[in-house]
Write a protein that binds this ligand. Structure first.
Ligand SMILES: O=C(O)c1cc(C(=O)O)c2c(n1)C(=O)C(=O)c1cc(C(=O)O)[nH]c1-2
Length: 230
């Protein structure tokens, strides 16, 4: 028996329903946005999240390498430049290093991975491996957590400004930039996924990919939470 596919609205609703598993609800983020984290915990989060930021372009390059559609590739390649930067435009990786300096870490101690905990490495590597080994549309679907990111980014920006006065405001530029880029990128990814996932099976696999990504993000925070308890 074949299952009937959802119409586009139903499919988008099924994808959006994964927001209940998004890492905005993780206890570490809840405490972050309530101003309850110590300097050491904020520093631990920034240093560990750098590994995620660094690997996003490699994940996107894996999607490009698996994608036969020139139009999608032409649009997707912008994500790599957004993170890596160009000769005349700073990228997200450098912006994250400015955030690191704003929370009083040195670039060297972030780049040499001395604060990186095993669980974060495992989770991030799993995301890159997923993009390398799964069909490219599933990898695109896994990026759709960015549908849920802007609200969290806005809350985080406000919380950092209100609750952590010791953090240099200039270092928060990364989040301001993502507030614009995340919705733009998510909209494109959603368009690709709704166009390519027509059968019930394809739709289910897209939802499963997004669920997997929610688990990646959740695992990253579990590992950080455990390594920096106070
Ligand atoms: O700080 C966050 O909560 C957060 C979440 C996400 C996300 O939801 O995947 C990304 C980012 N930040 C981010 O900065 C980023 O560049 C990014 C790229 C991607 C992706 O899957 O391609 N997600 C995210």
């Amino acid at each position: 028996m074949t299952t009937t596919p959802l119409d586009t609205d139903g499919f988008v609703a099924a994808l959006r329903a994964q927001s209940r598993r998004y890492h905005d609800q993780h206890p570490f983020h809840v405490r972050m946005n309530a101003g309850q984290l110590s300097r050491r915990q904020i520093q631990g989060w920034v240093a560990n999240r750098f590994y995620y930021q660094q690997n996003i372009p490699r994940k996107d390059a894996a999607i490009l390498s698996n994608c036969p559609d020139v139009g999608v590739r032409r649009r997707w390649v912008r994500r790599i430049l957004d993170h890596d930067g160009t000769a005349d435009r700073e990228g997200g990786i450098d912006a994250w290093l400015r955030l690191a300096e704003a929370v009083e870490l040195t670039r060297a101690e972030v780049c040499d991975e001395r604060h990186l905990v095993p669980g974060v490495r495992f989770a991030v590597d799993a995301y890159v491996t997923f993009a390398r080994t799964r069909p490219w549309v599933e990898a695109v679907a896994s990026s759709l957590t960015e549908l849920f990111a802007p609200d969290l980014m806005a809350e985080r920006l406000a919380a950092f400004e209100r609750c952590y006065p010791w953090i240099d405001r200039d270092g928060l530029r990364y989040f301001r930039t993502r507030l614009v880029r995340a919705p733009r990128d998510a909209e494109h990814a959603l368009q690709v996924v709704t166009e390519h996932c027509r059968s019930a099976d394809e739709q289910e696999r897209a939802v499963a990919a997004l669920s997997f990504k929610c688990e990646v993000l959740w695992s990253i925070l579990d590992a950080i939470d455990q390594a920096f308890p106070d």
